[in-house]
Design a protein around this ligand. Structure first.
Ligand SMILES: [Zn+2]
Length: 283
């Protein structure tokens, strides 16, 4: 059995938590990450027959039966993960159609996985239906995205369009846009279900006055998604109160999408000149 502390997935998760903390996205015990592991990956480092504890999850997700998940612990500080991964992280396997988590490694102080486990697991289910290569769900509290939910309309199309206009790369990185949930009580199955529903059409879901959820195929991709959205929000918060002289136009957003081979969320951009003319003639 290889040492799990040297497993690439664990090393990368530890680095990611440290980096997120350094970005100021995870004050105190803010933020949580879950990463789906393949059975083969887990088998290299863990004895699957050695269940340390079982923890009830309080939700039902038959799609996740038998899945292995590396996850951050509840009440744990991202800033401390690198110093004691085995206390702050855990690997669980889901049983009883998602209702039970079998702890196979970590959470050595008797702790449990993140209180946002339902939102994470339901988001995994939603994203796996859209993208079989999906693996990561990440939640954190980036300051500018949070600030933006106080002063910007929470309409998803408007919110996304503003972020796309704030830096040229935004539409390349998240052409599927950003979905938005109004303020809801966190840690519940209700916000988990609402987040998962929003995850069907976008990899980023903002929780108003709280933070953001990101989903992706790797830790790097998911981190980069949140990083880019937060950069857009930072620009917005720097200029929202100033008179604007110009912005990135829809015509320019179309140019970026065409050049970089991405498809902007349907209906989020105004039609291009030629399309508009056709529509006018046709209609
Ligand atoms: Zn949070």
């Amino acid at each position: 059995m290889k040492d799990i502390l040297e497993a690439p997935f664990l090393v990368e998760l530890v680095r990611t938590t440290a980096n997120m903390y350094a970005h100021g996205w995870d004050e105190r015990n803010g933020g949580n990450i879950s990463l789906l592991l393949s059975e083969a990956e887990a088998a290299e480092y863990l004895d699957a027959s050695n269940v340390l504890r079982t923890i009830p999850t309080g939700f039902h997700a038959p799609e996740l039966e038998g899945r292995y998940v590396l996850v951050t612990g509840t009440g744990k500080y991202f800033k401390n993960v690198a110093y004691a991964p085995e206390v702050n992280l855990g690997v669980v396997r889901l049983r009883d159609e998602g209702g039970t988590a079998e702890l196979l490694w970590g959470l050595t102080d008797g702790g449990s996985f993140t209180s946002e486990f339902p939102a994470h697991m339901m988001s995994h289910v939603a994203r796996l239906k859209v993208d079989p290569a999906h693996r990561v769900v990440m939640h954190c509290h980036p300051s500018n995205l949070l600030a933006m939910t106080y002063v910007h309309d929470l309409d998803e199309r408007a919110f996304t369009r503003t972020l796309w206009q704030m830096c040229t790369e935004c539409i390349m990185v998240f052409p599927d846009g950003v979905n938005v949930l109004p303020w809801m009580l966190c840690g519940t199955n209700e916000i988990g279900e609402a987040t998962a529903e929003k995850m069907r059409s976008a990899r980023l879901v903002v929780w108003a006055q709280h933070g953001i959820y990101g989903a992706g195929r790797s830790l790097d991709e998911t981190f980069g998604l949140i990083e880019t959205a937060e950069k857009g929000a930072e620009i917005y918060m720097k200029i929202a109160h100033l008179p604007w002289k110009q912005t990135i136009t829809d015509e320019q957003l179309h140019m970026i999408a065409r050049r970089y081979g991405v498809t902007a969320r349907e209906g989020y951009l105004e039609l291009r000149g030629a399309q508009r003319a056709m529509t006018t003639i046709g209609g």
